[in-house]
Write a protein that binds this ligand. Structure first.
Ligand code: FPP
Length: 283
């Protein structure tokens, strides 16, 4: 049995690991209820190009700067004990960008794995790419495989990176798999239920996102985890991705905790919910 002063000391040490005393992060952290943390946070990292433009830099410099935010966010997610963090790094639509930008993004991804693999492993983080990975350059696939294998035994936060990802494509693939199984006689129409679909998504085995964050002030889902975000709280953050910090992540979690998730039901007091514009307001 842990005595009370030891417990307080342990909690303080845990808080110190996430945010140093006296900082803005710490001030937000102390308002967060550790018992109501989101299990899965998904992020649409947006605004790299605008960040670079504001500094008269080439767009790719925005992506390069965005790596710092990736590192900081993954680290914070692990310390906060999220089960899953999913980052939207490259959509199937992103192939339309100039070749140089696409190649830089793929290069940055390889660089990230190269630099971070040991740290992911040391921090017990499991790496999993989601999306049409088989269509990526073989050198990228090799690095991704190295990260998957290198962290396969890790039991902490699952770090999912969406690459060559499209929610519609993912659902198309699930339907195709179903039709194939049906034609082969291994699946009947009654066999298709939400559980079957979940098991055939690239995110199979992980809980749906509780919180979806999009940076840069844009307010769209952009074909990200279309099935999985059915009940996610969506938080639009004005900060451009390269400027996104732990304090912004904590602010999003705080906002998530202010909201009431009813999954289509009623509030516990049975009252009808009337949004008043105030975050988390119920009546
Ligand atoms: C959107 O900004 C961002 C992307 C398309 C790529 C995000 C990639 C990274 C942060 C780096 C690589 C990622 C990992 C996981 C290592 P945008 O270019 O659309 O910005 P804009 O809307 O301001 O033009």
């Amino acid at each position: 049995m842990v005595d009370f002063p030891t417990l307080v000391l342990t909690v303080m040490q845990l808080l110190d690991e996430i945010a140093a005393p006296g900082t803005r992060e710490r001030e937000i952290l102390e308002r967060i209820d550790p018992d109501r943390m989101p299990r899965h946070v998904a992020i649409i990292m947006d605004g790299n190009g605008r960040w670079a433009k504001a500094r008269s830099l080439p767009r790719v410099e925005g992506h390069r700067a965005g790596i710092r935010s990736v590192r900081e966010t993954v680290e914070a997610a692990a310390r906060l004990g999220f089960e899953v963090i999913t980052l939207y790094a490259f959509s199937t639509e992103n192939w339309k960008r100039p070749r140089h930008e696409v190649l830089t993004l793929m290069g940055l991804l390889k660089e990230y794995i190269n630099r971070e693999l040991n740290s992911l492993r040391d921090n017990n983080l499991r790496f999993r790419p989601i999306g049409r990975i088989d269509q990526l350059d073989s050198s990228v696939q090799r690095e991704l495989q190295r990260a998957v294998e290198g962290t396969a035994d890790c039991t902490g936060t699952l770090v999912q990176i969406a690459l060559n990802y499209s929610g519609r494509q993912e659902l198309t693939d699930v339907i195709r798999a179903g039709v194939t199984e049906g034609v082969n006689g291994t699946l009947s129409p009654d066999g298709v239920d939400e559980e079957w679909i979940n098991n055939h998504l690239t995110t199979s085995g992980c809980p749906d996102p509780d919180l979806l964050i999009r940076t840069s002030g844009e307010q769209r889902i952009s074909n990200f985890l279309l099935w999985q975000v059915a009940y996610a709280e969506i938080y639009f953050c004005p900060v451009l991705w390269p400027d996104f910090t732990t304090a912004d992540l904590l602010t999003a979690v705080l906002e998530f905790q202010r909201r009431e998730r009813r999954f289509g039901g009623l509030a516990p007091d049975g009252n009808v919910f009337t949004p008043t514009g105030e975050p988390g307001a119920t009546s």
